[in-house]
Design a protein around this ligand. Structure first.
Ligand code: ADP
Ligand code: MG
Length: 231
């Protein structure tokens, strides 16, 4: 494992409790740049909690998370927000797009929040929409897109800031099987093409199959962690 790579996402001994519930128990994982990883496990096993700790949305009670040399879990709220905007992309099942905004503005949003010039933000957003086969749909609002198209917009938004890491929680949960497979094909290929690592939380084996590595979480612990070939 090349821990000097500035894009390696690492959790070391991460524990997280919610009151009496031990959601994560000393979870350690290194995710090198460009690797896609599925996180599977029963409902309530700690998958989302792990993703949120990796993203710096939640602070662990013990252990630490880092992205290359940058601490994710040790810095201030503001620093973590900025780190997320600058270095991470997110694809979520629900509420992933703002319904009032056209596709172009939904995609440009992370760059606008970082204070990038509007021309640059919209230019990059248009470029990502084009790359994801959505050229011509820039002015559509999410409600005017199919489920698969809306997910591609969400992928474009996750990628627009050239993230080191893309994090997805049940990204295809609201889609039928065929559309979900197409979204996973696009998501894994896009992240790989950009050299970003990808962490996909899912309870669906057909979704996980698109990833190169499979981590199984049970009762807040990593039970198995295997390369796809051996899965
Ligand atoms: P999964 O995503 O695998 O379904 P979660 O990570 O969401 O599981 O939850 C793991 C455990 O932590 C569950 O027992 C859940 O009820 C609990 N939990 C998660 N988030 C919270 C929270 N904000 N407050 C209290 N308990 C929580
Ligand atoms: Mg969850």
């Amino acid at each position: 494992m090349n821990s000097n790579d500035p894009r390696t996402l690492s959790a070391h001994g991460v524990s997280k409790n919610f009151g009496e519930v031990q959601a994560l128990r000393e979870v350690s994982i290194d995710i090198p740049a460009g690797q896609s990883v599925s996180v599977m496990g029963p409902s309530g096993s700690g998958k989302s909690t792990l993703l949120h700790c990796l993203a710096g949305i939640l602070m662990p009670d013990a252990g630490d998370v880092s992205l290359g040399d940058e601490p994710v879990s040790l810095s201030s709220d503001a620093a973590r927000s900025r780190l997320r905007l600058e270095r991470m992309g997110f694809v979520f099942q629900d509420g992933q797009l703002l319904p009032e905004l056209p596709a172009l503005e939904n995609v440009a949003l992370p760059l606008l929040l970082l204070g990038r010039p509007r021309a640059e933000a919209f230019g990059r957003a248009a470029n990502w929409l084009e790359r994801l086969g959505l050229g011509g749909l820039e002015r559509r609002r999410p409600g005017q897109l199919s489920g698969g198209q809306a997910h591609r917009v969400a992928i474009a938004r996750a990628m627009v800031g050239s993230p080191a890491v893309v994090l997805a929680d049940e990204p295809t949960g609201a889609l039928d099987q065929a559309t979900g497979a197409e979204v996973m094909r696009v998501l894994t290929a896009t992240a790989k093409g950009a050299g970003a690592s990808l962490v996909v939380v899912t309870h669906d084996l057909t979704v996980a199959r698109w990833c190169e590595r499979h981590v199984e979480i049970v009762d807040g612990r990593v039970l198995t962690d295997v390369a796809a070939e051996a899965a």
